[in-house]
Design a protein. Sequence first.
Length: 148
Amino acid sequence: MDYLELINKMILDEYKSGNAKKRVFLQTLKAALIKKKIDVGDKYTNEDGLGAIKIEYKQLKESAKEQEKAKRPDLLEETLERIKIIEQILPEKMDEQALQEKIDKIIEQSEDKSFSSVIKTAMKELRSEADGSDIARIVKERLESDGQ
């Protein structure tokens, strides 16, 4: 099921349950997906939808940090609820050990062991399974430990 269908189903469920806050946020998320679909056009894939959702997720995480610093528990609570909603939609993240093993395999198979080459391949293969910052951190650690 693609992300747009999943969110539509979730919106319908929230209409039935009467949870207006969650429904409104899901509609906002749906709007972000539709915008991405329009921007990409005919070449739109589920990966594009995932990317749009991850952008929203990252923005909410940053907002939560700022709200915590500003001591705004009222805003923080709502932001954390939205983060939980997105976490229900996102695929489960790969654990650290499995991610390290996959990156080691990518480095091993790569002819060009430069950071830019390895990160490009790793992001292409692992973007839907792990966070980009985690991928970049592990690639950097592995290449530095190999003396690259």
